[in-house]
Design a protein around this ligand. Structure first.
Ligand SMILES: Nc1ncnc2c1ncn2[C@@H]1O[C@H](COP(=O)(O)OP(=O)(O)OP(=O)(O)O)[C@@H](O)[C@H]1O
Ligand SMILES: [Mg+2]
Length: 369
């Protein structure tokens, strides 16, 4: 078991900077998930750890050992890819045994290791089959088994579930989580699926354009996003962003959003610090589930007048697409059915303690600085 460290690692492909000064530690026994949009550098980050891609600068450490220039096969890491890359002409047994035989493991040890791995993954009855005789989920388990059988120091997984259909993906996700609990090995896992990241990760690394945006537990990433990018990328739909101006109305700090006034209570230190530091403008963030929408204004509750543009009933919840004015759209998520019509005026309110505040220029959260 070991920790894996990227120390100031960058990678360029000609003029393209794929990964920019990534410093990151996957701790011993951690399930670390790299999450971000397509092209943000997740695979490149993982492949450098595996030794399949050489960093342009920086170092990779496995435990205390500098492995930057060590051959992939001497790193003692196992990689699981999206396309399972099984040997088509070999049985499941031989696919599992291949790496061990290559390392000249004693035959009885090979058999024991293969049987043990097959039992953990529920593959015992499939050992004589060839890959084409397996379902996608079974193939994926063989690919996992092939990585597990050697007991590597850490697993590197690149979107291993993305070829499975939604049901199987959800099932395999649960199995993978159970397997991690059972084996207690370090896993570095790449995905662009935030549900996978939220459910599997000990910590999530959110990347964008080759740069790490935030590293934290799933809860902290959701509750305290460090940047506007993280806030809008995590959550479905993502956090609403409202351009605001600061004002004082009769001495009360007030956010002015699309010309409407939202007075803010005195016990919001972040908000007051942002108003003091941020000049005239701010960006306020609010998650769709933290908005309340009413057909009539509630007395005593500060609210903003909006118009319903579209109602999306999802069965267990309803998404209300709103606009404060033609330039400011937002989404509210409510567990209730919406009985009012669309295109009708509504009043939107929220607990002001649920508001996030971002610097409109740097797009960094005030709570993070
Ligand atoms: N071998 C290569 N040659 C040139 N550019 C590359 C190469 N590999 C990756 N890139 C570029 O580097 C950037 C990061 O690619 P990478 O594959 O790491 O992204 P990713 O986050 O894994 O994306 P995806 O979610 O689509 O798999 C992209 O702009 C990509 O086009
Ligand atoms: Mg990729």
């Amino acid at each position: 078991m070991a920790q894996l460290e990227w120390d100031q690692v960058s990678k360029s492909f000609g003029p393209v900077v794929a990964v920019r000064e990534v410093s990151l530690i996957a701790r011993d026994r951690e399930f670390l998930v790299l999450l971000g949009p397509s092209g943000c550098g997740k695979t490149t980050t993982l492949r450098m750890a595996a030794g399949l891609e050489e960093p342009t600068s920086g170092r990779l450490l496995l435990g205390e050992r500098d492995v930057t220039h060590v051959e992939p096969r001497d790193r003692d890491l196992a990689m699981v890819f999206q396309n399972y890359a099984l040997y088509p002409h070999m049985t499941v047994y031989d696919n599992l045994a291949f790496g061990l035989k290559l390392r000249k493991t004693a035959p009885q040890d090979v058999r024991r290791a293969v049987e043990d791995t097959a039992a953990r993954l529920g593959l015992e009855s499939l050992l004589a089959r060839r890959p084409r005789e397996l379902s996608g989920g079974q193939r994926q388990r063989v690919a996992l088994g092939r990585a597990m059988v050697r007991h590597p120091q850490a697993f590197l997984m690149d979107e291993p579930l993305s070829n499975l259909d939604a049901t199987l993906r959800a099932e395999t996700r649960v199995q993978l989580k159970a397997l991690h609990n059972q084996l207690g090995t370090t896993i570095v896992y790449v995905t662009h699926d935030q549900t996978e990241a939220m459910t599997l990760a000990t910590r999530i690394v959110v990347m964008n354009a080759g740069v790490i945006q935030q590293v934290d537990t799933p809860e902290a990433i959701y509750d305290h996003p460090a940047t506007q990018f993280v806030a809008t990328f995590i959550g479905t739909p993502g956090m609403n962003m409202l351009p605001a101006l600061w004002g004082r109305v009769s001495g009360v700090l007030t956010a002015i959003i699309g010309g409407q006034r939202l007075p803010l209570p005195a016990d919001l230190p972040r908000m007051h610090a942002a108003a003091a530091a941020g000049g005239h403008a701010a960006t306020l963030g609010i998650r769709p589930e933290h908005l309340r929408v009413a057909a009539v204004p509630e007395t005593g509750t500060p609210s903003l007048k909006a118009r319903i543009r579209l109602v999306e009933p999802l069965g267990h919840e309803t998404l209300l697409h709103l606009e404060l004015d033609p330039d400011i759209a937002l989404v509210a998520r409510t567990p209730d059915r919406w009985t009012g019509g669309s295109n009708s005026p509504v009043w939107v309110s929220c607990d002001p303690h649920r508001l996030h505040v971002f610097d409109p220029v740097s797009q960094v959260a005030y709570e993070a600085v």
